[in-house]
Design a protein around this ligand. Structure first.
Ligand SMILES: Cc1cc2nc3c(=O)[nH]c(=O)nc-3n(C[C@H](O)[C@H](O)[C@H](O)COP(=O)(O)OP(=O)(O)OC[C@H]3O[C@@H](n4cnc5c(N)ncnc54)[C@H](O)[C@@H]3O)c2cc1C
Length: 337
């Protein structure tokens, strides 16, 4: 927990704000155990169908019909939980069932990877520090996100677009010598533009076009206005944990976003000296797509009676704990009936 930590003052002195947060780290490896336990608990009570995608969902006079290939399932209460990867599917269903949606935010940036010792004074005490900075030039908000001490950087594939993400293991044998975290710039759009995810996708596509996937660049190369090369990365002191194409992020990210990231790297360098070293690696692009927000009432029920949307697919939750809680909440509401 960040409660009472001395780092709050240090951050404040350097124009950074350390948010109040309690973090419970499970680790990618423990997550498997949690899922296995849930499965063991439920397998006698619930019919599971793995690797079967739901193609369609129809509303009928007395309930809903869930269509998977040639098979259809009838129900009077239907809970949809398709996560971020199901956002396009969700959009299609909402359009068809005439359920309102809105989307006006996307967070764009990079994933930073550096030697774990540079951040260890923060990560050993707090594990994850959620730090916000307001840029001098544009007064945009830049924040650290998803900090992975001793973790690895990974590709994330959302509807065919490859972006970057990170995770870490609880088991010390699987940990690395690096820490990674995202630096994201919040982008809110005003009327008439509505397709914030489309904007994020276009920028991610640009990096995929130039690098065939995720690009990686040394901070020193970015500042000098040159692309990174395999040789320069090889000669650096930071061993990348993801094999990405060395390139130039300034050809991908809009100036306003890139300026914000550079300002934030220098601000973080004041509380964690070494963050702005030439060899610090920046992977791009990291995009935090916000699922369009589905119009739901306080029970997470749509305008169609008995049709609920939970988890990140609803656009209401954005994390494991919130997504899980939304499921428990709806289950209780239905049980009450
Ligand atoms: C690399 C990475 C690291 C993360 N780290 C963290 C973290 O440290 N802390 C945190 O709180 N959150 C983290 N998150 C976010 C977290 O994973 C999500 O917030 C959470 O999983 C949302 O849960 P959900 O049940 O709503 O969706 P999901 O977990 O995405 O589950 C939705 C499921 O629905 C399936 N699906 C989609 N469409 C269909 C369809 N048409 N038919 C059938 N099935 C379908 C998907 O395949 C998926 O299995 C991370 C995410 C990633 C990718």
């Amino acid at each position: 927990s960040t409660a009472g930590t001395k780092f709050k003052k240090l951050c404040m002195q350097n124009k950074l704000k350390l948010l109040d947060a309690s973090v419970r780290h499970l680790g990618t490896d423990i997550n498997y155990v949690v899922l296995e336990n849930m499965y063991a608990e439920l397998k006698e009570k619930v019919e599971f169908h793995f690797n079967s995608s739901v193609d369609d969902l129809e509303a009928s006079s007395d309930g809903y019909r869930v269509i998977c290939g040639d098979t259809g399932y009838e129900c009077d209460q239907c809970i949809v939980s398709v996560g971020r990867s199901g956002s396009k599917w969700m959009e299609k269903i909402c359009e068809r069932l005439d359920i309102s949606t809105k989307s006006n935010r996307v967070d764009l940036g990079v994933r930073v990877e550096l030697p774990a010792v540079i951040f260890s004074h923060l990560t050993d005490e707090l594990y994850e520090s959620k730090i916000v900075y307001r840029t001098e030039k544009f007064e945009d908000k830049v924040r650290t996100f998803c900090m992975n001490p001793y973790g690895i950087v990974v590709n994330e594939n959302t509807n065919g677009i490859v972006t970057v993400n990170g995770h870490s293991y609880e088991d010390p044998a699987k940990q690395t010598e690096n820490t990674n975290f995202a630096l994201l710039v919040e982008k809110h759009f005003s009327e008439p533009f509505k397709d914030s995810n489309g904007y994020g996708e276009s920028i991610a596509r640009l990096s995929n076009m130039l690098g065939g996937g995720v690009l990686v660049q040394r901070f020193g190369d970015l500042i000098r206005g040159r692309r990174s090369t395999a040789k320069r990365i090889e000669e650096g002191f930071v061993r990348p944990t993801l094999s990405a194409e060395p390139g130039d992020l300034s050809l991908v990210l809009p100036k306003r976003i890139l300026d914000g990231i550079i300002e934030m790297v220098y601000a973080l360098d004041k509380i964690a000296p070494g963050t702005a070293n030439d060899d610090t690696l920046l992977y791009g692009v990291e995009v935090k797509f916000y699922n369009m927000e589905v119009q739901l009432d306080e029970n997470l029920e749509t305008t169609h009676k008995g049709f609920y949307v939970i988890g990140d697919g609803s656009g209401v939750t954005h994390s494991l704990s919130h997504a899980s809680a939304s499921g428990v909440y709806v289950a209780r509401k239905i049980a009450e009936k």
